[in-house]
Ligand binder design. Sequence first.
Ligand SMILES: [Zn+2]
Length: 391
Amino acid sequence: MLTIFRRHTKDCIAHHHGRDPGRTYRRCQCPLHAEGHLGGVMHRKTLDTSSWTRAQELVREKEARGTWHDPDEKLQVTVADAVTAFLQTLTAQSNGKAKSTTRKIRTALTGVNPQWALKTQRKVSAGLLDFCRDRGIVTLAQLSVPLLAEHAASWTCGPRHRSKRIQVLRRFFQFCMVAEWLEKNPALGLEHPRGRATTVPPKQPFDAQYLPEEGPEWKATLQQVQDHPKLLAFTLLMRRAGLRISDAVTFHPNRLMADGSILLYMSKTHEPVSVPVHPQLRSALDAIEPNAAGYYFWSGESAIATATDNWRRRLSQVFKNAGIEGGHPHRFRDTFAVDLLLRGVPLDQVSILLGHSSVKVTERHYLAFVAARREQIANSVRRAWASGTAA
Ligand SMILES: [Zn+2]
């Protein structure tokens, strides 16, 4: 036997002056659920309808059949189940990606902790699940493009964050399609804020105005790390070899090649791509010893994401002490790339060192610095001509 009951939305309860109008209240459009035993199995589930007549029909069918689902019917997956499954795969394959990234994805889907939301000064946008709860949306199939657009319209964030949220939704629904829960990706109907889709934020190397000589930001950084051999080696590994922070954390001496270079990665054609060890980095590495597990900066036991977060925190302290505004570990890699470009290393070679899939990616990210390089060359030519006439 199944009992039908109504589960009221926040809006409905607010409409009734904060009092829940009760499970049998009929004069609202809140979603209907049913609970009880079918074939000896306890169920408490949504009926995906707000009409009592339809609900009674459905319950009669289910009771006659003795099962909740019609075996011939397509499986209806709830948004909540899909979000849980998606977040699980996300944390399972976490590969040194910042915890903050995972947290942002989680927030976009499940919303923020309500206690925190009360305390913070920041404007908080509802997560997808918050929205579904308020609207009485239960299954994935119910999420249409107009509904998602309505959800997106309620966000209070700026264009950049909006764009990220749209990406998260697209990724989530893509996941649902791969799982064959959905046939279309409704988030593809959401438009990116104007001008965001194609532009890439410019790279921000340290000392952009001083390169290729070392500028004050780098000097201040070195000053903060020079008395800490491990921190120094770690910093140089990012700045002088362009490693990503997670690759620097898991750096193993077996990446030092016989010819005195660092193995960056194996190319698609199985050839090693390496970068010569900068003399500064060489001596910093010579000054430290790998641990029993063979690593310099990682126990080899903790999760890579955790170790990476620890180093990230340490570096942000360095930036803070060095008085660098907007300091971010990734900027070492940017500095590595721009430094090489301005020293005349061709773009396609820098692209290989960065491990980009195509030189176009590199060009898009470092466009400003490619232009700066061109200007450098033009100036040298002009200088050469000028001295030519003087002679
Ligand atoms: Zn209601």
